[in-house]
Design a protein around this ligand. Structure first.
Ligand code: IVH
Length: 708
């Protein structure tokens, strides 16, 4: 009898039928397992290349022994069935992330920025609370009259998943708040769900014994345990919770973070320690060093220290930029490093055609995570580091970022190595063989294949359905690739025609292995649910170069409707025209982004994709934030000139923008208000000449509701 382990080592051509049967059984199981890890649980254990190798071996064996093809063979199905999910929860107050600092200078810069924004004099104190940053996942707990009514994950910060049933099983989350006098009618307590290292190791040991897949690190274990559709599974997992922040509250919780921390503790929450109020950079850095020194001995993984402005009135004034508050910063611990062998340099093609070199590595554990691939950025980077296949390399991993190659351990190269050629970057696309060119001044080489390049098309579709874009569940990479190859879906618009296309295709999705009528219907429902989509998501989904989420939001807010945006972008092709000026006048949109927008609209095939979608979808305007809806400044154009006595220019601008106004640098007939501070010069004069309304600082404060 042939054991599976024997057969795994044998070349396809040399397998006996017995060995082939054993291998097909083993490969089928392996592929199914990795498929589930990839599609169902978002935690692949092997590289795409290793996965492809498994599939290729299975297909080669099946080709040699057609009689042995199993009924449940992976070659007969498309991919794992889409995971059914949790209900979505819209956060009343967005869940933000944190900006990062890696060096003391960046922390000093943070303090200077805060002081500048608040226009603090050198002798005015600025108290900062410093506390450990825990590596888990954030959670928002909503309490009504002291009782836990809802628990939601962060999701994309705006919308998360309802995990209430699961969270009710976590001991460290109070079901009711211990009364501390007056518990607010509504309070959302936010913090981190995590697992200690010991609990993580014990959980993995149990899973290994039960022949179940193990988790890569405590963070993944916590995330995987929380996102269980069956709450009884979560109940068996040792999850813990630290409170460090809050969302919506029916009344202010205190005047300082330090006071709120006391209340959180009194209500029954555990707080992260050690925390300290610091009056200077030195005190902050001292706590950082203390926590870093104790890091190895703490029960749970720490990835840095968070510094937060203590006074809550300051925090309100500071507000947020894009997705991170101005009043806090994470000072990260240095990245974990390890040494391994680089097996191969592979070129990947992205949705914009960029050729990105990726290092395939012998698996190595870096900071608790098994790493099998690392980015090499671009061809200059490879040349600079002189990275070659077979080299020993130092790999680094910091937080969520893709692992990087730090350097080659040149000492490990064999003595006769000089003859080994340097890596030659291809000048043709590895996917479609079109010429790959590098424009002057660009670091990136791009495939010129455009629409005929399958890699670009598949990547564009993947981006289109991704979480921050159309967020269509159940469409993983493998499924999209299959749909593309089978010509079921070639453009984003095809997705919305999928039910009709599928009806005339054999085999239909519902008849394919691994699908069935239910999962096919789930996918169609998930797609149908997105026929109505906010304009910012729509713009982001188009995958225009340099247009990320923040830019998409700015565009959606500035142009309000898809039609208006489309018309303006086409008109902006004229650099002397008004549309171009309006576009580049949007704060944070410079000529380079504007160029990419205009370039996108100049291509007939892009317009065709957009119009095809527009004909099938309802694209809704982006709701203005609550503060803005009622604001007298919404839609107004404001110029600040001269020195304001009670606030910095930065704070004035941030407030105006938060209230829906556009802040520009020069006065024109289109300007609504010019706010005139001390020592104002020509802009004040020009405003008067043009008949534009001018405001004193007091009038501005009143209009913007500063003293309300
Ligand atoms: S304060 C406005 N404090 O780190 C955001 N976050 O990288 C308020 N985190 O999304 C966050 N420990 O999930 C804060 N002591 C701590 C934290 C902490 C971990 C997480 C949190 C946040 C992420 C940002």
């Amino acid at each position: 009898m042939t054991t599976e382990t024997d057969a795994a080592e044998i070349a396809v051509d040399e397998l006996t039928p017995d060995q082939a049967a054993a291998e097909l059984a083993r490969l089928g199981r392996e592929i199914a397992r990795h498929d589930t890890l990839y599609h169902g649980e978002d935690r692949p254990e092997i590289s795409d290349a290793a996965f492809d190798a498994l599939r290729r071996r299975l297909e080669a064996i099946e080709a040699r022994f057609p009689a042995l093809v199993r009924a449940d063979s992976p070659s007969r199905r498309v991919g794992a069935a889409p995971a059914t999910g949790f209900a979505k929860v819209r956060h009343a107050v967005p869940m933000l992330s944190l900006a990062n600092a890696f060096a003391p200078e960046e922390v000093a810069e943070f303090l200077a920025r805060v002081r500048r924004f608040l226009a603090l004099e050198a002798d005015q104190p600025l108290t900062i609370v410093a506390e450990p940053k825990i590596d888990g996942l954030s959670l928002s707990l909503r309490y009504q009259d002291g009782a836990l009514v809802q628990a939601a994950t962060r999701g994309d910060g705006v919308e998360g998943e309802d995990v209430t049933a699961n969270v009710r099983t976590i001991d460290e989350v109070p079901q009711t708040l211990a009364p501390d006098g007056a518990v607010p009618a509504v309070v959302e307590v936010r913090g981190e769900v995590y697992m200690t290292r010991d609990d993580f190791l014990a959980l993995n040991a149990r899973r290994r014994t039960a022949d179940e897949a193990t988790f890569a690190n405590p963070r993944n274990a916590a995330a995987g345990s929380l996102r269980q559709l069956d709450a009884t599974i979560t109940a068996g997992r040792p999850l813990r919770f630290f409170a460090y922040s809050w969302g919506e509250t029916s009344e202010p919780l205190g005047a300082t973070l330090w006071q709120v921390r006391d209340r959180l503790a009194a209500w029954g929450f555990r707080l992260n320690a050690p925390a300290r109020r610091c009056g200077s950079l030195d005190e902050m850095l001292a706590l950082y060093r203390e926590i870093e020194g104790a890091r190895a001995g703490t029960a749970h993984d720490l990835d840095g220290v968070v510094y937060k402005v203590d006074r809550l009135d300051y925090r309100d004034r500071l507000g947020a930029v894009s997705r991170a508050p101005r009043w806090a910063i994470a000072h990260k611990f240095p990245a974990a490093q390890a040494t391994t062998r680089l097996a191969e340099i592979k070129i990947q093609v992205g949705r914009t055609g960029a050729l990105t070199p990726v290092a395939l590595l012998d698996p190595v554990t870096v900071g608790g995570v098994v790493v099998t691939r690392a980015t090499l950025h671009n061809e200059d980077e490879i040349a600079r580091k002189d990275v070659r296949a077979g080299d020993t390399v130092v790999v680094q991993r910091a937080g969520e970022v893709i692992p990087q190659i730090v350097r080659v351990v040149v000492e490990n190269r064999p003595a006769d190595d000089a003859a080994r050629p340097r890596f030659a970057f291809p000048d043709r696309c590895p996917e479609c063989d079109s010429l790959a060119v590098r424009d002057d001044g660009e670091v990136v080489r791009r495939c010129t294949g455009g629409l005929i390049c399958p890699a670009q098309a598949v990547e564009r579709l993947r981006h289109f359905v991704s979480r921050d874009a159309f967020d269509i569940d159940g469409l993983g990479e493998k499924i999209i690739e299959t749909f593309w190859t089978e010509k079921l879906v070639r453009t984003p618009g095809d997705l919305f025609r999928l039910p009709e296309t599928d009806a005339t295709t054999t085999p239909r999705l519902q008849d394919r292995h691994g699908w069935g009528p239910k999962s096919a219907q789930n996918l169609f429902d998930a797609i149908a649910a997105r026929r109505q989509i906010p304009l910012d998501r729509f713009i982001y989904a188009l995958g225009i170069r340099q247009v990320g989420q923040a830019t998409a939001r700015l565009l959606a807010r500035s142009y309000a409707s898809l039609e208006a945006w489309r018309t303006a972008m086409i008109a902006a092709a004229d650099r002397d025209g008004e549309a171009w000026h309006e576009l580049t006048a949007i704060d944070q949109i410079g000529p380079s982004v504007a160029d990419d927008l205009v370039g996108f609209f100049a291509e007939a095939h892009n317009l065709a994709v957009l119009d095809d979608l527009a004909a099938q979808l309802t694209v809704t305007p982006v709701a203005a934030p609550a503060a803005e809806a009622a604001s007298p400044l919404a839609g107004k154009t404001i110029v600040f000139t001269g020195t304001l006595a009670t606030m910095s220019r930065g704070e004035a601008k941030a407030r105006a923008e938060a209230l829906g106004a556009k802040v520009t640098g020069s006065v024109s007939a289109k300007t609504d208000y010019v706010v005139v501070g001390a020592d104002a010069g020509s802009k004040a004069t020009k405003a008067r000449d043009l008949g534009v309304a001018t405001l004193t600082e007091e009038a501005w404060r009143a209009l913007a509701g500063f003293d309300a």
